[in-house]
Design a protein around this ligand. Structure first.
Ligand code: GRF
Length: 210
């Protein structure tokens, strides 16, 4: 059974979606860099072990990442899920979890890497928006995309309304991708190749709400 750790910094609605999905893997721990993250409460309510490792208390990114790495190893984790985890990871940490660490980003990557994606989409006037689940590589939001939730941007949405809509899609797409990995349907081969049901995945699998 795949042992999963979820890394969080905030509300943890994606964590909740993963908990509610009854995955064939098991979430063995939730790690937060912020002691007051609501996600920790969600984990406790689901009887999942939690760990708070406050980045502020470490002298460097390297030292913080080393502490996280130690906790993940103590939990004997196979898969690391970033779910609203708001720290940039060091190349050493990312390499240690190559092919075993996923992130969800609130845009249709490669468009809109970085922050404030919803407002940027509105500013540009794009018709399509959504979220992307991807493997994590040292370059920010640049690992191979596995799946995307796609929606049409409603004409009068503000950034908050649009974020809410994207969240609904995130809660659908992320558990599905994690389950594909847990059930051996989605396999990391190399930084350039992921296999889905035995064949190389050439483009992200799309979930459309158009
Ligand atoms: C999501 O929008 C996700 O795409 C981004 O951080 C947010 C986390 O939300 N990476 P939540 O904490 O899961 O509610």
């Amino acid at each position: 059974m795949t042992k999963i750790a979820v890394l969080v910094s905030g509300s943890g609605s994606n964590l909740q979606a993963l908990i509610d999905a009854n995955l064939s893997g098991k979430i063995v721990g939730v790690l937060s860099n912020r002691p007051n993250a609501y996600a920790l409460r969600r984990a406790q309510q689901a009887n999942i072990a939690t760990s708070v490792i406050e980045h502020k208390t470490f002298p460097s990114r390297e030292a913080f990442d080393a502490a996280m790495h130690q906790q993940l190893q103590a939990w004997d984790v196979d898969l690391v899920i970033l779910a609203g985890f708001m720290r940039i990871l060091t190349p050493t940490f990312v390499e240690a979890w190559e092919g075993k660490m996923l992130n969800i980003h609130p845009s249709l990557l490669p468009a809109y890497k970085g922050m404030h994606t919803h407002q940027r989409v509105l500013n540009t006037g794009d018709r399509l928006h959504g979220c992307t689940v991807h493997f994590v590589t040292a370059e920010l939001d640049a690992g191979q995309s596995l799946a995307q939730g796609v929606l049409t941007v409603p004409r009068f949405d503000d950034a908050e309304q649009l974020a809410d809509r994207v969240h609904v899609l995130e809660h659908l797409v992320y558990p599905q991708v994690v389950e594909w990995i847990c059930s051996g349907q989605l396999n990391y081969v190399s930084p350039q190749q992921v296999d889905f049901r035995g064949k190389p995945l050439l483009k992200p699998i799309q979930f459309c709400q158009l």
